[in-house]
Design a protein around this ligand. Sequence first.
Ligand code: FES
Length: 151
Amino acid sequence: MYNERVLEHYHNPKNVGEIKNADGVGIYMSGSCGDITKFWIKVDQEKIIDAKYMTQGCAASIACGSALTELIKNKTIDEALKLTKNDLLTVLEGLPEPKVHCSMLADDALKDAIRDYLTRNNLPVPKELVKKHEELMPQIRELEKKGYLLI
Ligand code: FES
């Protein structure tokens, strides 16, 4: 069901883990399945120089996080903001239809890390990123309280 490229990222995921002293940290939970991905970025002169992720999710979410961390390295914040799930799907040469939402999870977690970076640096933050973050955080805090958040 998964193509070779997806399986390669799943079996040998790149950039798993967290970045100590990250410049931006983001988290997102899929509305369709409840899987969660967390993203860390290191930024130097507006350029993403390092990215890591962890996921509490399916095989496709592992592959998507891995491919996305590679895709955004050395991109500027603006370039990373313009990336879409379709760019990720292109890199992965597609996902089975029921797994397309997994690419949105990785992308939303990255965008939340960028939101965090922009906020910390008093830079303008796209309104939709703030809205998504504020809507999600009560659920994330609830999961944390219950001990369901493992990443
Ligand atoms: S099944 Fe939901 S992120 Fe993969």
